[in-house]
Design a protein around this ligand. Structure first.
Ligand code: NAG
Ligand code: NAG
Ligand code: NAG
Length: 436
């Protein structure tokens, strides 16, 4: 009661004093002046009032004519300057990941895709014991070529990675960040696992990419539509790998969520080859789309098959750069088509005929890997040889122990096969299928 009385008394006193009148009149006059100047400003614009909202939208997004007014145009300009400086022989950045018991397979895949121009990051997930990680690191350290060129890194920090969960994306993004920080020179990022293997040499690949626009992303993509949309986008999952220290399966909630309306959902293979500008766009996050989509995918099952795909296809600038292919030969079990089958001798011809640079998946030390080494890679010692290996190979010596100029390539039959695939992928007909 006394409180209320006080308030009444207080306001009454203020009104009584009329201290407010002068400031009120002054601000009212200012308000009226501003209001009329805005209104008259609007009507002197050449456009009609209806066009204004769309103007604002395009202004804040990516209208070049807005240059200079907003921070985004500065960011865009500095990115473009970065991009222009990339010429000459290309460089690739590889992530090779594995789990418990994979360290030897990872070393084999690494040796098969090794080239001194490239960058490599190896990640053994948290299921592998520390001893194995240490062993992998010491294998890398003991290699004279790796320690001279300093382009192979083993991640000491290992992540708990759940198959089909967002922790896989987090791990890939972390590896990309490391590669971006450690080397300013590479052009494409490639994602491999311990059970992947190349079907052509790095000389074949680097030679073929020399001629290619550095803006092309290889990422299999298709829009999720129809009944699949309900089935894929409504369930909500939780990846315990985000907060538990022991591996367990994805948890499914009983709640379902509605379909997104502010972006479209795309899906495709989890194996990608992405350009440096596009991964910088994803990692730096000065545009909010990659971050928003990342948060959305935290609760999406099979996020590695959708994250980059949805980001790239919802961005006007990048969607035209997405070529819908994952550069892998993968054979799926039939009919469920859910799991890749292990490749063996009987698949050799199909692998070669696919003209793809990589294949998966292979069992550890499957004999077909020896056949690939011998017939496709010409690998007789540690590395798949290239023009950079200028030592003698007589008497079982390793020609790559002496390194020559690494921007000269010696393309072979692999490059010819890849050229055939690239011709298809870059054709008008194929590119029409981008992000649709
Ligand atoms: C990257 O590679 C791994 C293979 O270790 C794969 O499982 C994963 O889904 C890939 N893709 C992404 C986007 O992380
Ligand atoms: C590169 O492009 C040029 C001109 O388009 C062409 O003549 C040449 O054969 C190409 N080289 C390769 C390796 O594709
Ligand atoms: C390596 O080869 C490239 C291309 O032929 C040439 O431009 C460059 O000067 C060479 N570098 C060295 C160190 O010889």
């Amino acid at each position: 009661m006394s409180m209320r009385k006080y308030v009444n008394h207080h306001s009454g006193r203020v009104f009584g004093d009329r201290v407010w009148v002068l400031p009120f009149v002054a601000s009212f006059v200012i308000f009226i002046t501003l209001f009329f100047s805005v209104i008259s400003g609007l009507f002197t614009l050449p456009h009609s009032k209806e066009q204004l909202p769309t103007d604002i939208v395009s202004f804040s997004k990516s209208d070049d004519s807005s240059g200079g007014y907003f921070v985004e145009s500065d960011l865009k300009r500095s990115l473009e300057q970065n991009r222009r400086s990339r010429t000459g022989a290309p460089r690739l950045a590889y992530l090779i990941s594995g789990t418990k018991g994979d360290s030897h397979r990872m070393m084999r895949t690494l040796s098969a895709v090794y080239h001194p121009r490239n960058q490599y990051v190896l990640h053994l997930d948290l299921e592998a014991p520390p001893r194995e990680r240490l062993e992998l690191a010491s294998l890398v350290k003991a290699d004279p070529t790796f320690s001279e060129v300093e382009n192979v890194r083993v991640m000491a920090q290992s992540n708990l990675v759940t198959y089909k969960g967002p922790t896989m994306i987090a791990c890939t993004l972390q590896a990309i960040s490391i590669l971006l920080k450690e080397s300013s020179e590479w052009d494409w990022f490639i994602n491999l696992s311990a059970s992947d293997y190349p079907l052509m040499t790095q000389d074949d690949l680097l030679h073929s990419f020399s001629n290619l626009s550095r803006d092309i992303n290889f990422i299999e993509n298709m829009q999720i539509t129809g009944w699949k949309l309900n089935q894929r986008a409504k369930p909500i999952i939780i990846d315990p790998g985000l907060y538990l220290s022991k591996k367990s399966d994805l948890a499914w909630t009983t709640q379902r969520r509605s379909l997104p309306t502010s972006f479209k959902l795309f899906t495709g293979s989890a194996w990608v080859m992405l350009t440096r500008p596009f991964v910088e766009y994803c990692i730096w996050g000065w545009d909010n789309l990659p971050r928003t989509i990342l948060m959305y995918y935290t609760n999406f099952v099979s996020s590695p098959e959708g994250y980059f795909h949805t980001v790239i296809c919802n961005n006007e600038e990048y969607r035209h750069t997405a070529i819908s292919h994952d550069l892998h030969y993968i054979a799926w079990d039939s009919p469920p088509k859910q799991h890749p089958v292990s490749l063996s001798m009987k698949d050799f011809d199909k692998m070669v005929k696919s003209n793809a640079p990589f294949a998966r998946k292979f069992a550890k030390n499957d004999p077909v890997l020896d056949k690939i080494d011998k017939e496709l890679l010409g690998r007789t010692s540690r590395f798949s040889p290239g023009a950079w290996c200028i030592g003698s190979s007589g008497g079982g010596a390793d020609p790559c122990s002496i390194r020559g100029n690494d921007s000269i390539f010696r393309p072979g039959l692999g490059a010819e096969r890849f050229q055939v695939l690239l011709q298809t992928l870059l054709s008008e007909d194929f590119r029409k299928k981008q992000c649709s």
